[in-house]
Design a protein around this ligand. Structure first.
Ligand code: FEO
Length: 502
């Protein structure tokens, strides 16, 4: 086998059987790392295709970015739309020893190996550091192991187990198992390993380089979005072009594990970090405090801004009108930071990201199948699943004969820690009437007052407990006692037509 061997030639040869081990490995077979096997393995490091280093870039003088971006995938994790693409970051440190930190998703292995070959420029790879085993960063591991049969794999015990689970790859003979605080000397550089469980998988660790001050942070500080050649956050207008996607990435991917992120931030505060090198999105080498502060807010479920999002679920436009009335009244009351979303038209990941940004959320839902409008219910359950805390909600419900969406929305919201309510729940039939308008204006005024610090932070919605059901239309009233002069807002009957159901 020729000593110099490009990726294409490698694949051709593999297909022809000259690199059977390689093929088996790439398709999920085992990599055997015994002396004997390693000695007989083909030398795949090969020659680089280009004179330069492909699309790799210097992070520092001797740390290189060898990751790659792509814009073909519609849904990241088959869930999240990524119209701006995504980057899978991987880094090489060239020292007396060479180290590769994480690999990439299978969608970009071609570009990745061109970059890796270019940067190594014929040198051996001594270490592969596996910070995170999720396949968007580990799919190229088996091919790396075949190409560089002498490379040792540095990872946690749990990462090794997951590697075997995904790729049937036993690396026992070439593994260096590490745990919290262990170090690896590359010569001038020493890497220190910091465990970061559930950021965002249990096996995750981060690697800190003492020379550059770079923290290779796995998914933390990552973002959706292809890099477009701009490796560093200071090479783009991050706040206008990237922040929304960085927030959406964090909140949807890692948001559930805020406590774990807080633990990592506490560890990070004890180290002199000069760069953040995540596995997605731009590298941070300036203004680290800005993104760290964002992470501190997101992970502690502190609203990023005093702001209101209005989310409506509407079929024939009545509830949409109500939502727009509230938004207009909020603006009229001096609240300019208002966003409005049609829950049916906005991907739930965007709603989750926005919910992490704002302090106040107004929900307006039609009653559908005697419950919450399906997309709205999905959004609320997703909020609960992501552990969002400490938000202030206001509720609007509609229905054409028995509006009950508000009570069911509240049932979900009450399970979310730190939920509070402001304003009287607004109920209307089919489309807003004159009196509905007044109620919506009052609700907007209550939200605005709460934001402006004029209203007491009190729960305006009646505490759930006893429910009284209208025997005529099915409307449900929550409260220990039904007021003597109560009139059903749906069908107009008095309290004698209500029965206590719980
Ligand atoms: Fe980007 Fe958790 O993988």
């Amino acid at each position: 086998m020729a000593a110099e061997f490009g990726r294409r030639e490698f694949l051709k040869a593999a297909a022809a059987g000259a690199a059977g081990t390689a093929v088996a490995t790439m398709l999920g077979g085992s990599v055997f790392a015994s002396e004997e096997k390693a000695a007989s393995a083909p030398e795949f490091a090969g020659k680089k295709k280009f004179a330069g280093i492909g699309s790799a870039r210097n992070v520092t003088e001797d740390i290189y970015y060898v990751g790659a971006s792509e814009k073909r995938t519609e849904l990241f994790e088959n869930v999240y739309p990524i119209p701006r693409g995504v980057a899978y970051n991987s880094y090489v440190i060239l020292d007396e020893k060479t180290a590769l930190i994480d690999t990439v998703d299978r969608s970009v292995t071609g570009q990745f190996f061109e970059n890796l070959l270019g940067v190594l420029d014929g040198r051996e790879l001594d270490y592969l550091v596996v910070n995170h085993m999720e396949p968007d960063h580990s799919s190229a591991i088996t091919e790396v192991l075949v190409r560089y049969p002498n490379a040792k794999v540095v990872l946690t015990e749990l990462a090794a187990a997951i590697l075997n689970q995904f790729f049937a790859t036993d690396i026992a003979d070439r593994a260096i198992m590490v745990k919290e605080g262990d170090t690896l000397s590359l010569g001038k550089h020493t890497l220190t390993f910091v465990t970061a469980p559930m950021v965002h998988w249990p096996e995750v660790m981060m690697s800190y380089d003492d020379v550059s001050g770079a923290l290779f942070s796995a998914d933390a500080f990552g973002s959706f979005g292809a890099l477009n050649g701009n490796l560093f956050a200071d090479e783009v207008n991050f706040e206008t072009e990237w922040l929304a996607d960085a927030r959406r990435y964090y909140c949807n991917i890692v948001g559930k594990y805020g406590k774990n992120v807080q633990d990592v931030l506490a560890k990070a505060a004890t180290v002199d970090i000069k760069m953040l090198c995540p596995t997605h999105g731009p590298v941070w080498r300036e203004n680290l405090g800005w993104i760290l502060e964002k992470y501190d807010k997101w992970s502690s479920y502190t609203p990023e801004e005093d702001a209101v999002m209005v989310v409506y679920g509407s079929v024939y436009g009545g509830t949409e009108s109500a939502a727009n009335m509230v938004a207009a009244q909020l603006s009229q009351a001096g609240i300019s930071n208002v966003s409005v979303f049609d829950v049916s038209k906005t991907h739930v990941s965007e709603l989750i990201g926005e919910a992490f940004r704002v302090s106040h959320i107004v929900l307006a839902s039609i009653t559908y199948n005697m419950g919450i409008f399906t997309p709205m219910k999905n959004f609320l359950l997703d909020l609960e699943a992501h552990n969002l805390e400490n938000r202030t909600f206001s509720l609007i419900e509609s229905g054409s004969w028995s509006p009950i969406a508000a009570r069911q929305m509240k049932e979900i919201l009450d399970r979310i820690k730190g939920t509070r309510y402001v304003g009287e729940t607004v109920t209307f039939l089919s489309s807003p009437s004159e009196s509905t308008y007044d109620s919506l204006a009052a609700l907007a005024q209550a939200v605005a007052g709460d934001l402006q610090g004029e209203a007491p932070a009190e729960e305006a919605v009646t505490e759930k407990g006893t429910v009284w059901k209208c025997k005529v239309c099915g409307y449900e009233y929550e409260g220990e006692e039904l007021p003597e002069d109560y009139v059903c807002p749906v069908c107009g009957v008095g309290p004698d037509q209500f029965e206590k159901i719980s």
